[in-house]
Design a protein around this ligand. Structure first.
Ligand code: PLP
Length: 260
């Protein structure tokens, strides 16, 4: 049976990130993709020029209408936008906490645009983190959630992931791509287990939407019943291939999308 994955995220009309990336990644990872939209953005590979948030009640209505009819096997939560939408998502997901949810705490686009109001970070921490089965921050996002400086070593990554775990998610996948060096180390940590996933850094400027793609692929693999370490390894291999072949695309003049 094909598994159903719901993405709750923002739209990137240029196709590299957000729900567009999620739908591609979920489909390519063998699941059926659905998407409840939290925000429209106007953007291209050179940056985000506008954000139009969906009214919170309507975000909730989209999610509820899916659950009223359709079996959901896993959820991916991406761009949330503001505190009211975070609240609406938490309320709509309240009756469905048994369904595995991957939370990608999207905050700032690579070009610097704000995708989550500063005032919403506390509410995301208090309402959405406890719902997450897996939280997938990069180093700056982990630092923002904790109100500390970004980790600069594996030891600090372990410390910050452990602190995030205490805020409620069942697992943390802390992505170390912002560390210096030829290796990009990701850390998966649960209450009982710890795995490092080291990958060689791939030289390309076309990495737009990698975070969205990873979290969506991970949700699809979890929906298919893989163990968490296997699901992370499979999702990371999918993203690595998307980055490695990104330069085959000719999409825009800035930080282009990955190829998937
Ligand atoms: N736009 C949307 C709607 C997103 O959800 C995201 C990231 O999650 C981005 C843009 C930013 O993508 P990136 O920082 O990879 O360029």
């Amino acid at each position: 049976m094909i598994r159903n994955v719901l993405s709750i995220a923002g739209s990137d009309p240029s196709g590299g990130a957000g729900i567009q990336a999620d739908i591609k990644a979920i489909s390519a990872n063998g699941a059926f993709a659905m998407a409840a939209v939290t925000a429209l953005t106007a953007q291209n590979t050179q940056g985000v020029s506008g954000v139009h948030l969906v009214p919170p009640a309507f975000v909730g209505q989209q999610i509820t209408s899916i659950f009223d009819d359709i079996r959901v096997d896993a959820i991916k939560i991406g761009m949330i936008g503001n505190a009211e939408i975070a609240d609406a998502v938490a309320t709509a997901l309240g009756p469905h906490l048994d369904i595995p949810a991957v939370l990608d705490p999207v905050m700032i686009a690579k070009g610097g645009a704000t995708l989550l109001a500063d005032s919403a970070i506390t509410i995301m921490r208090d309402t959405l983190l406890p719902l997450a089965h897996v939280l997938t921050p990069n180093l700056p996002e982990a630092a923002h959630l904790l109100g500390v400086a970004a980790a600069t070593s594996r030891q600090e990554m372990i410390e910050q992931a452990t602190t995030l775990l205490a805020l409620g998610p069942r697992a943390i996948l802390l992505k170390g791509g912002h560390l210096d060096g030829d290796i990009s180390p990701d850390l998966l940590i649960t209450k009982s287990d710890q795995h490092w996933f080291d990958a060689p850094r791939i030289p390309t400027k076309n990495t737009h939407g990698t975070g969205c793609t990873l979290s969506a692929a991970l949700a699809a693999q979890i929906a298919k019943g893989m163990s968490l370490p296997e699901a992370v390894a499979t999702a990371k291999a999918y993203v690595a291939d998307a980055i490695a072949t990104a330069d085959q695309l000719s999409v825009g003049h800035g930080h282009g999308p990955t190829h998937h």
